[in-house]
Each structure stands twice: as structure tokens, then as C-alpha cells.
Design a protein around this ligand. Structure first.
Ligand SMILES: Nc1ncnc2c1ncn2[C@@H]1O[C@H](COP(=O)(O)OP(=O)(O)O)[C@@H](O)[C@H]1O
Ligand SMILES: [Mg+2]
Length: 461
């Protein structure tokens, strides 16, 4: 894909949309069949059958709207797919069921209190499905006329639209003009424009223009020129999160803050007003609550105040499903001197469904390596992948997955297209895994900055 650089906001969005390959980008769902039985290798998922099935059951309950205010915990060693399964769940949720993912440490930010950060995360995960009447303009485009100012900074224009019964001319602002050119709207297209949001959708090309071959692609759809009024009212349903309603209505923040992501704290009074309003809408049948999912990764990083907040928040009427993940065994609860399983206080653990994840077998590791090779577009000899599997046994799955792209770079250096055993070995030499790093540190005693010797162990595990 070639790079485009321009000042147009629409193009900018296209560039940032270019997808990178992330650690979990091969995960496309939970890989379950209709009876919620895990398939051996599907949607990027391999093994971990029990946990996937449990996740699927919970998911089903969420989708049926039967579960809210519940919590589940994935507990297991590092690299056993806790995050991957949670993301698989997210992929299987409908597009209008909100899913929020935070790492517990994000809560400790300087710009807002811990409870505010958690409240925002909770409210991001609760959707409100709202029915609204909007005005739309629907018709065939007769003509688009655009005038640029001398500097090119501002654009104005006119759009002529018609139905079989009438024709109207609309004035265009810069935003509309950009939207029209982004959607590549031409005279002869039948379009529908949402008046409040300015969103344009192309319905097809008018039959009357079916002879203009030059303006057609292979997938051109022909439609009749609409009848009746150009301006129509239509009922639309859309889902927004409670948090979005909070931000849009907060006078100090306003609409734009949503895009900047910098929302700051929101006043409790405002939230109360919004909750009351939403309750009203529900009674009038205008809105429905869609409880979503909040995923808190590395949940043992929360402290005792956060945990007590969670306890209370889970009991509220509008509460999402909370999924947590922890790789700790017996660990100290942050902010106290007490030890507890997974680093979570027992009163919270008591209301949590715990699902454990286990280390993978060699076979499973091999399959995951193959999936990642496909995802990263890396060709590898069977021998090399066997070596990686063997390495995974003494290191971790995550480490060997990281080695794939490193080994590819090594292979390319010797101008080879296919990664072979020596490339993998070399990558293994260049990059240490955790165990070797610890060994190396031991040989370096005292040479590094900030070394605590005595209770490092108890902090880490
Ligand atoms: N069952 C699985 N199927 C496919 N890929 C997996 C599976 N489990 C883990 N992975 C991949 O292995 C890597 C480590 O897993 P991750 O979910 O991050 O572990 P955890 O969160 O338990 O520490 C990630 O790249 C993840 O996508
Ligand atoms: Mg993880």
C-alpha cells in the first residue's frame, strides 16, 4: 500500500487504519461450534478447551442479556492464553455490545482518581440502545458543484438532488464536500444522507445512468430513482455507551473530548442526571440497556480500594460483566500486608467464577506457531518450527512467538525466503528469555543500577 500524505482528515483516517500485526491479531473468536464445543483449531484458537468452553457459556448468557453484575477470573501461568481468550470473547460479541479492555495499572493515572478511572471503564462497558427519529435526505444526485477559495483552505458547494417527483438544491460545507469525495459520489448515484450526523451512504447507481460505462465498477448496483419527498423521517436504532453520554453532556468537556480521548473527571451529579434520564427513556420504551463486558487484565495490580469499589459496583443495577485475568498464585493484595489467592481479596473472589488456564502441549504450541507464521507472513521449514516448539518447553510460548519475526529478519539477511533452523537458533542467541536473563544478571551481580537483593522475589511472585 502506497503512502498518501495530505491535509484531508478523511485520508488521514485511512492511513491510521492500516493494520499492524499485534500479538493477538490472529484471534478471530473463541473457535466454538453451535453447541459451544471447542473446535481443535478454529478462528485462530488452539487447545485450552475447557477455558474456551467456559468463556463461550458466559458469552451466551451475556448475549441473551441474562447476565450482568457478574465477574469471572481467568487464572493461570503467563502465556497460557488468558488475554487471548478474553479477546476471542470480544470478537464474538455483537458489534453493538460494548467491550472495554483495560490493564489494571492504567487505573493509577495522575489525571484522575482510581475510582473515577474505574467508573469510566464500567460506564464504557454499558451500552444504551436508543431509538431515534432522524431526518434523511434520499434521492439521485443530479449535480455536484464545488468552489474552492483562492487559498484552497475553504470549500463551498452545491448539491442538486432529485426524486421522480421533485428536485432540490442544498448548500454544502467543507465537511460534506470531503465526505462526498471520500465516498466517491458522482452525478447519477442514488444516496442517502443522515441530516444530523452528515453520514452519506451510497445506495447504488440510477438505472437512468446505466449507459455511462466509464463510471462503473464491476460491482455497480443499479437502483430506481426514489419516489416522493427527498427529505424523509426514519427511525434508527443506535447504541452508545453510558460513558459517551456522560462526556457529550459534560459542559466542561463536550463532544470533541470523545475524539481526543482526554475526558478528565466527570461530576457525579451529571452522572446521576444521566442515569435518571436513561431510566425515563427505558420506561417510555425509547431505550434499552445492553450490558457489555469489561476486561481487566493483570487484575492483581489493583489495590484494596479498587477491589472494594469493584465489589460495590458489581451490585449496581446497571453493571457489565467483568472479566479479570491474573497470573499470580498466592500473592499480596496491593495496599495491604495480606496474602490471598491470585492477589484478590476473598470477598471479591467469592463472587467470581474462576476459570483456570493450563500450559500447552507440544502439539498445541506447534499449531499456534503455524498460525502465527501465517499471520506474520513468514515461511518456515518444519525443522525450524520443531526447534521453536522445543524452545517453548524451556522458555514460554510468548517468547517463541516473538522469535518468529526475529528469525525472519535473520533469514532475510542471508537472502533466504524461508526461515530455517540456524535462523531460529541465531535469534535465540540474540534475544534472551526471562530465565537466561536472570542467569545473566546473577553473573553481573552489582554491575547494574538499582539492584535490590533481599526481597525482590516476594515482590515479583
Ligand atoms: N489457545 C491459543 N490459541 C492461539 N493462540 C494463543 C492461544 N493462547 C495463547 N495464544 C497466543 O500466545 C501469546 C500469549 O498468550 P496470552 O493470551 O498473551 O497469555 P496470557 O495473557 O495468559 O499471559 C499471545 O500471542 C496469544 O495470542
Ligand atoms: Mg495477558
Amino acid at each position: 500500500m502506497s503512502m498518501q500524505i495530505s491535509t484531508g482528515a478523511s485520508e488521514l483516517r485511512d492511513i491510521t487504519k492500516m493494520e499492524r500485526i499485534g500479538a493477538h491479531s490472529h484471534i478471530r473468536g473463541l473457535g466454538l461450534d453451535d453447541r459451544l464445543e471447542p473446535r481443535a483449531n478454529s478462528q485462530g484458537m488452539v487447545g485450552q478447551a475447557k477455558a474456551r468452553k467456559a468463556a463461550g457459556m458466559i458469552l451466551k448468557m451475556v448475549q441473551e442479556g441474562r447476565i450482568a453484575g457478574r465477574a469471572m477470573l481467568f487464572a493461570g501461568p503467563p502465556s497460557t492464553g488468558k488475554t487471548a481468550i478474553a479477546l476471542g470473547m470480544a470478537q464474538s460479541l455483537g458489534s453493538d455490545v460494548p467491550f472495554t479492555m483495560i490493564a489494571a495499572s492504567e487505573v493509577f493515572s495522575l489525571s484522575m482518581s482510581k475510582t473515577e478511572a474505574l467508573t469510566q471503564a464500567f460506564r464504557r462497558s454499558i451500552g444504551i440502545r436508543i431509538k431515534e427519529e432522524t431526518e434523511i435526505i434520499e434521492g439521485e444526485v443530479v449535480d455536484i458543484q464545488i468552489d474552492r477559495s483562492l487559498t484552497g483552505a475553504t470549500k463551498t458547494g452545491k448539491l442538486t438532488m432529485k426524486t421522480t417527483d421533485m428536485e432540490t438544491v442544498y448548500d454544502l460545507g467543507t465537511k460534506m464536500i470531503d465526505a462526498l469525495s471520500k465516498e466517491k459520489i458522482l452525478a447519477g448515484d442514488v444516496v442517502s444522507i443522515d441530516k444530523s450526523s452528515g453520514k452519506i451512504s451510497k445506495i447504488g447507481r440510477s438505472y437512468a445512468r446505466s449507459r455511462d460505462y466509464d463510471a462503473m465498477g464491476a460491482d455497480t448496483k443499479f437502483v430506481q430513482c426514489p419516489e416522493g419527498e427527498i427529505q424523509k423521517r426514519r427511525e434508527v436504532v443506535h447504541t452508545v455507551s453510558l460513558h459517551e453520554i456522560d462526556v457529550i453532556n459534560s459542559r466542561t468537556q463536550g463532544f470533541l473530548a470523545l475524539f481526543a480521548g482526554d475526558t478528565g473527571e466527570i461530576k457525579p451529579e451529571l452522572r446521576k442526571q444521566i442515569d435518571t434520564k436513561v431510566a425515563e427513556w427505558r420506561e417510555e420504551g425509547k431505550a434499552e440497556i445492553v450490558p457489555g463486558v469489561l476486561f481487566i487484565d493483570e487484575v492483581h495490580m489493583l489495590d484494596i480500594e479498587c477491589f472494594s469499589f469493584l465489589n460495590r459496583a458489581l451490585e449496581q443495577e446497571m453493571s457489565p460483566l467483568v472479566i479479570m485475568a491474573s497470573n499470580r498464585g498466592m500473592a499480596r493484595i496491593r495496599g495491604t500486608k495480606f496474602m490471598s489467592p491470585h492477589g484478590l481479596p476473598v470477598d471479591l473472589l467469592d463472587r467470581v467464577l474462576i476459570v483456570s488456564t493450563k500450559a500447552y502441549s507440544d502439539d498445541e504450541v506447534e499449531k499456534i506457531i503455524q498460525i502465527r507464521c501465517l499471520e506474520e507472513d513468514v515461511k518456515m521449514t518444519p525443522e525450524a518450527s520443531e526447534v521453536l516448539v522445543a524452545m517453548a518447553a524451556s522458555t514460554t510460548l510468548r517468547y517463541v512467538l516473538n522469535l518468529i519475526s526475529c528469525a525472519q529478519v535473520v533469514a532475510r539477511k542471508r537472502k533466504a525466503e524461508i526461515v530455517d533452523t540456524p535462523d531460529v537458533r541465531r535469534a535465540y542467541d540474540y534475544f534472551m528469555d526471562e530465565k537466561r536473563s536472570v542467569q545473566w544478571l546473577k553473573t553481573q551481580q552489582g554491575a547494574l543500577v538499582f539492584e535490590e537483593t533481599a526481597d525482590v522475589g516476594s515482590e515479583i511472585m
